[in-house]
Write a protein that binds this ligand. Structure first.
Ligand code: ADP
Length: 568
């Protein structure tokens, strides 16, 4: 006879894995260690893909960008205190960028932490995570795992997406409960990110403002790319005939080569537009807060489409706020426009188009040089052609000059193919984003990295080789941060911004069995990247750039404070 002691049991380990699987989690990005080493093994054995990184920040960045690419929260798994803190940077970055992710960290025992008695890696992780993410939860009882995972998922993807922290004390993993009751306690989230339908009044108001415009402009941000409403977004542009700008990660939502793309006439359209419709883009520093010199003197009316009501009036008055999810909002706008909507005034469209052609023609010859060592334009001209020929490849991009110039030079043709430093302009996302992009999409990845930016996550080249991912890294090596030419006026140590001259980053890749190439001119660079993209082999190309090329802080040198009392 089956006594109570023979009833089947489950435990925390299994309940967490079952809860994640029930909700469609296929991949966990993390770093093993106490108390989650066995959890990682068991998750792998249960069929979840567990990608082990060399540093939690990179695992966290991978989870974040997986969330952006899939609209499902990316999962990052870390150990307690220091591992948690490493992951927390990525969680904060995800929240800032509105990417859904869940950081799951093991933690030490509550009784000891709360009395501050000095446990192994003791830290009140929940309290520390709270201000840096959308929501933070701790689970103390195995029976609560199901509901906690459900809450974490919903919190991450509903409304404005963001980061969620889930704190799992070591003891929870081993806690047992009746297997049947355990299974019944799991929750499969229904409609995790419910549609948020805009009010009809708000749509009408927006259309009225748009109708009165003489020089209208649409600005798409990465929220619009995230929304995956690609067809309606294209229809909105083509029905209205309004020129558009795409913020960095929105590039490719419509091809940058689209007739109405105003990318190459950015300063002109920002200055001269009279009505600006923001779609999934915030009026933050990246858009000069919607005011000042960039925006010119002509009075402007702003329409804003965003899922977050608090975003309205953040920097300037929004005369037509439209709150809802972008898919629903754009579809409502299209419906309201009907089939006879007047196209944007042709004189304005003509002015924008002429300015754009002029700027493109001005840049073209600079992209065709075959100098050795390379300048940024020569090297980027080669990469621009490669993306044109391989539009489904994913471009990861970070650096200062490497970022700013690549953004302008490399046209994108498909949505969500450009992944970069985002809202914070942060360095260190490169390898984490590249790894997750390869895993989540199965497409080849081209990571264009400044030599300094690469250093923040460079050890993950081992991870790329270990999982044999189709990632080609190109390092723009100009020997330092911004440039490689600074000299320390006091002698002694090297200047603060220079690295070892002539470093061979390609050798790093060879150390782990990947392909390393040293490219000294654009032709060599082009050949090496094409070979990497054809073979799918992990590759790192050290692109030798003139140490004197580049400017301080790239395009945002104006953000550097200046000393007025510089000592001689
Ligand atoms: P960018 O940096 O490209 O200008 P931001 O990150 O500043 O873009 O802005 C993205 C905006 O998109 C955020 O304000 C966010 O609330 C919004 N957003 C994200 N997803 C959606 C969605 N599905 N529907 C509507 N708005 C969204």
């Amino acid at each position: 006879a089956a006594g109570a002691e023979e009833r089947e049991l489950t435990d925390g380990f299994h309940l967490i894995i079952d809860a994640l699987k029930l909700n469609g989690v296929e991949t966990i990005y993390g770093v093993p260690g106490i108390p989650i080493t066995d959890f990682g093994r068991m998750a792998q054995a249960a069929g979840i893909r567990v990608i082990s990184f060399r540093h939690e920040q990179n695992a966290g960045n991978a989870a974040a960008i997986a969330g952006y690419l899939t609209k499902k929260p990316g999962i990052c798994l870390t150990v307690s205190a220091p591992g948690f803190l490493n992951g927390l940077t990525a969680l904060a970055n995800a929240t800032t960028n509105c990417f859904p992710m869940i950081l799951i960290s093991g933690s030490s025992e509550r009784e000891i932490v709360d009395l501050q008695q000095g446990d192994y890696e003791e830290m009140d992780q929940l309290a520390i995570a709270k201000p840096l993410c959308k929501a933070a939860f701790r689970v103390l009882h195995a029976a609560d795992i199901g509901i906690a995972v459900a809450r974490a998922i919903r919190a991450a993807v509903s409304g404005r997406p963001g980061g969620v922290y889930l704190d799992l004390p070591a003891k929870l993993f081993g806690q047992t409960m009746d297997a049947e009751k355990g299974a019944a306690s799991l929750v499969k989230v229904i409609d995790a990110a419910p549609a948020m339908i805009p009010a009809p009044d708000a749509i009408k108001r927006a259309l009225d403002v748009l109708k009165g415009a003489k020089r209208p402009l649409i600005i798409f941000g990465k929220g619009a790319a995230y929304a995956q409403a690609d067809d309606d977004i294209r229809a909105l542009v083509e029905t209205s005939g309004i020129p558009f700008l795409q913020m960095s990660m929105a590039k490719g939502l419509l091809p940058d080569t689209h007739a109405l793309s105003a990318g190459a006439a950015r300063s002109t359209v920002l200055k001269d537009a009279d009505v600006v419709m923001l779609i999934g883009a915030r009026l933050n520093w990246l858009l000069s807060h919607g005011k000042g010199k960039t925006w010119g003197d002509a009075p402007k009316k702003f329409i804003q489409i965003d899922i977050e009501p608090k975003e309205m009036d953040s920097n300037v008055e929004i005369v037509a706020p439209v709150v809802g999810d972008i898919g629903s909002c754009v579809s409502a706008l299209l419906q309201g426009m009907g089939s006879n909507w007047p196209k944007a005034p042709s004189d304005w469209v003509g002015v924008v188009s002429a300015k754009k052609d002029e700027n493109i023609a001005k840049m073209a010859p600079r992209l065709m040089n075959n100098k050795s060592p390379m300048d940024f334009h020569g090297a980027l001209g080669a990469l621009r052609t490669i993306i044109k020929e391989r539009p489904d490849a994913i471009l990861v991009n970070e650096g200062a000059n490497t970022l700013d110039l690549a953004r302008g030079v490399i046209d994108m043709y498909q949505p969500r193919k450009r992944l970069d430093v985002g809202t914070w302009g942060v360095m260190g996302i490169g390898m984490g984003y590249a790894i997750a992009a390869a895993i989540e999409t199965g497409k080849p990845v081209l990571a264009v990295e400044g030599d300094s930016a690469f250093g923040f996550s460079g050890m993950e080249v081992e991870t790329i080789c270990r999982y044999n991912l189709p990632v080609c890294i190109v390092i723009f090596n100009n020997n330092g941060i911004y440039r490689g030419t600074d000299v320390n006026p006091a002698g002694g140590d090297p200047a603060t911004t220079v690295f070892v001259p002539g470093s061979r980053y390609d050798k790093m890749m060879e150390a782990f069995g990947g392909v390393g190439v040293n490219a000294t001119n654009p032709d060599e660079l082009s050949r090496a990247v094409n070979a990497a993209m054809d073979s799918g082999k992990p590759t790192l190309i050290n692109a030798v750039i003139d140490p004197a090329a580049g400017t301080e802080s790239g395009r945002i040198g104006n953000l550097n404070p200046q000393s007025v009392v510089k000592k001689k």
